[in-house]
Write a protein that binds this ligand. Structure first.
Ligand SMILES: Cc1cc2nc3c(=O)[nH]c(=O)nc-3n(C[C@H](O)[C@H](O)[C@H](O)COP(=O)(O)OP(=O)(O)OC[C@H]3O[C@@H](n4cnc5c(N)ncnc54)[C@H](O)[C@@H]3O)c2cc1C
Length: 349
């Protein structure tokens, strides 16, 4: 099918784009990568009277990294963010999640910010933004506002974006010290939206016990569902934390629905399984992060001790432990800041 007729605008500056959007109001829609909007228009599920194509606004394509986090411009493609070594170093969850978004050809064109505004509860990046407590910067003629992730996603395919506004960037906070992340999901075919998926973040305290553990679930409700499972883990050393109890807490909180792909019951079960896997993997990464930081601080000899302590080993045997051995890592089980790839792709089904 072809889309219904629409007016096409190709502004060359941000000011021009905001003027057009102010003029078209609720009849105008921004066109970024077009990987979601164009199929919807072709299927006549969306029929904006005006498209405002922002692809000529090169100034919006930057991916900026700093100690506080990663700011992703509205024209930064999924692939660009995925390949950014700086972004992966500051916030590894971005790359872990983006590898699971659709296929490379879609990631070459689709934008990270477009995915956030599209607000599909089955999409990976909204869950990442919600888990990390990030924000989206919205510009309109005459001003900008930052909307926190908690207020940005308002329903399935609905966000806080108002008519006349353009999302100029999104901010993903940096990974805190002694922390790790992971993303696990299952989809029917590689590249499909996930039937269920979980992003996890685990932060350890100075004694390498779990100080904070959170999971964000996709396809588990009308918006990404963030569950704080810190209490369920009970401040245990990373290797001894009760991730199954955490998974039960996640299952109790989510509200998946039946659809043609899966029953709500199956999604609830699967989300729990993935939550336990993702949290365990994030904890491993946190242990490695703590060990790496100890090494970077000139305590290379203590790195093994650090990981050993996290696993509840005494000082005597800790010296022999590397983080990987201490976590009982199996062959092919990739961990660390870029970790989880093998496991995630294995789980992709
Ligand atoms: C076969 C296929 C599989 C896919 N699988 C996945 C998947 O597994 N996971 C996943 O997350 N996504 C998936 N996608 C979607 C893909 O990630 C899209 O790129 C993304 O959802 C939207 O980004 P876009 O830049 O293409 O936005 P567009 O399609 O251009 O726009 C989408 C919506 O966001 C609005 N919008 C976009 N940018 C802005 C902006 N800067 N300011 C204001 N409004 C804006 C548009 O007006 C429109 O309403 C898939 C797409 C396809 C075709």
């Amino acid at each position: 099918m072809k889309p219904p007729p629409f007016g096409y605008h190709a502004p060359r500056t941000l000011g021009e784009a905001l003027d057009v959007l102010a003029g078209t109001g609720e009849h105008g829609k921004v066109l970024a990568g077009g990987q979601s909007l164009i199929p919807l228009m072709n299927m006549r599920l969306a029929a904006p009277a005006h498209l405002v194509d922002i692809n000529r606004l090169g100034g919006l394509a930057a991916v900026e990294t700093g100690p506080d986090g990663v700011r992703v411009g509205a024209l930064a493609r999924h692939a660009q963010v995925e390949r950014s070594a700086g972004a992966a170093a500051v916030q590894p969850l971005l790359r872990q999640a983006l590898r699971l978004v659709a296929h490379p050809v879609i990631r070459n064109r689709g934008t990270a910010v477009g995915s956030l505004v599209h607000a599909d509860p089955a999409a990976e990046l909204p869950a990442v933004l919600a888990l990390l407590g990030g924000s989206v910067r919205l510009a309109r003629r005459g001003g900008t506002r930052d909307v926190a992730a908690g207020e940005f996603f308002t329903g399935p395919l609905e966000s806080a974006l108002r008519p006349g506004e353009l999302a100029v960037s999104a901010f993903f906070p940096a990974l805190p010290a002694r922390s790790g992340t992971a993303f696990r999901e299952v989809s029917r075919r590689h590249g499909d939206y996930a039937l269920a998926g979980v992003a996890a973040l685990v932060r350890l305290d100075g004694d390498l016990r779990v100080a904070e553990a959170r999971a964000a679930c996709v396809s588990a409700g009308p918006v990404p569902v963030v569950v704080d499972v810190t209490a369920a883990c009970g401040a245990a050393p990373a290797g001894a934390a009760d991730w199954e109890a955490a998974a039960r807490a996640v299952r109790e909180r989510i509200e998946p629905e039946d659809d043609i792909h899966a029953t709500a019951h199956y999604r609830r079960h699967l989300t729990g399984v993935l939550a336990a896997q993702a949290l365990r993997e994030a904890a491993r990464a946190a242990v490695e992060d703590a060990a790496g930081n100890a090494g970077n601080a000139g305590n290379a000899g203590n790195a093994g001790n650090t990981a050993g302590r996290a696993m509840g080993h005494g000082a005597g045997d800790a010296a022999e432990n590397t983080a990987g051995r201490a976590m009982g890592r199996g062959a092919g089980d990739v961990v660390g800041r870029d970790g989880g790839t093998a496991g995630q792709e294995g789980a992709h089904g």
